[in-house]
Design a protein around this ligand. Structure first.
Ligand SMILES: *Cc1c(COP(=O)(O)O)cnc(C)c1O
Length: 337
């Protein structure tokens, strides 16, 4: 499987001779969601971005950001992260032979993401502060030192991530009327909108934030964002204006969903559709179920990251295991009872 720079090179800022750092990202499944469709009363597809190499859509942007970092001769890549950017940056840095350093809010990132960043050999710095502060600090760091900042304030991240919109248009012959997407730092909604705009097809953009971290919904930054959906626990989105522009110019909206609604969608997706995503990803489906999609009939929900990223939350939300003696009768009762 070729990576997305090779597949979409003519629509990305890379020349044929430029170095490419790829793990075979992109080309993720788009599958129908019968249960969600029935509940929402519209035709729903799920874009499984958890199927990317490190388990989230961040890889689309990271192949571009890290390839450009190599082209520019950077010595290291750095980012602030709620977890998935850290995991992705660490993997692509390892692949490129660059040093990686990631700054995460202490105690606030999911276990799987931490394990990934550490395994890929990045320096993981736990900041006594939230994501917004971490981003402020890495921006200053990158302004003073020859390191590549690979957060979604980096244009290459947006360029890479816009390819998901191309994939949707290629997969859906009749197109889509609305896109439901979780919004944290607002890079991804910006990227999809750029992709759709470049392709000349503009579905309604429906962005969803967690109620405890919903600055775009309130129209003001949130000082202490809080939600079970750690990937979107962000109080001051970097791409604020662009995200709002995407939603207004497409006739869409930004709305909040409660943690309870997020977790209900998270369980429905896993148990009903067979799709295990992380809590932040389920905000797209929770938002569709809570707020609808207007008169849209064909809707895509973006499931941004894999459920295995956050085993802790999964175990808290799931049923318990059934103990059994090691003999057939006990197993029969346990399995069939
Ligand atoms: C990063 C991330 C988001 C939010 O994307 P933004 O570009 O920050 O809006 C949503 N879900 C998951 C799983 C993520 O990793």
């Amino acid at each position: 499987m070729v990576g997305l720079i090779e597949r979409y090179r003519e629509r990305l800022p890379f020349a044929p001779e430029d170095p490419v750092v790829s793990l075979g990202e992109g080309g993720t499944p788009l599958i129908p969601a019968p249960h969600v469709s029935e509940r929402a009363g519209v035709e729903v597809w799920l874009k499984l971005e958890g199927a990317n190499p490190t388990g989230s859509f961040k890889d689309r942007g990271m192949t571009c950001a890290v390839s450009a970092a190599v082209r520019e001769g950077a010595q290291a890549v750095v980012c602030a992260s709620t977890g998935n950017t850290a995991a992705s940056a660490a993997a692509y840095a390892a692949r490129a032979g660059l040093r990686g350093a990631v700054i995460v809010p202490e105690g606030k990132i999911a276990t799987g993401k931490l394990a990934q960043a550490l395994m890929h050999g990045a320096r993981v710095i736990a900041l006594r502060g939230n994501f917004d502060r971490a981003l402020e600090l890495v921006r200053e760091l990158a302004a003073r030192h020859p390191v590549a900042l690979v957060n979604s304030v980096n244009e290459l991240r947006i360029e890479g991530q816009k390819t998901a919109a191309f994939e949707l248009l290629e997969a859906l012959e009749d197109g889509l009327d609305a896109l439901c997407i979780p919004v944290g730092n607002a890079g991804n909604i910006t990227a999809y909108w750029r992709g759709f705009t470049e392709a000349g097809r503009r579905p309604r953009m429906l962005g969803f934030q967690a109620a405890g971290a919903a600055p775009l919904v309130h129209g003001a930054p949130v000082a202490d964002p809080e939600t079970v959906a750690s990937a979107i626990r962000i109080g001051r989105p970097a791409r604020w204006e662009e995200a709002m522009d995407a939603m207004t110019s497409s006739g869409g909206a930004v709305r909040a969903v409660s943690d309870q609604q997020i977790l209900a969608a998270y369980r429905l997706l896993a148990a009903g559709e067979g799709v295990f995503c992380e809590p932040a990803s389920a905000a797209s489906v929770a938002g569709l179920l809570a707020h609808g999609a207007g008169d849209a009939r064909r809707v895509v929900c973006v499931l941004t990251g894999h459920g295995l990223k956050d085993p802790q939350t999964a175990l808290e939300q799931a049923g318990s295991v059934v103990p059994s003696e090691s003999e057939l009768g006990a197993i029969e009762r346990a399995v069939l009872g």
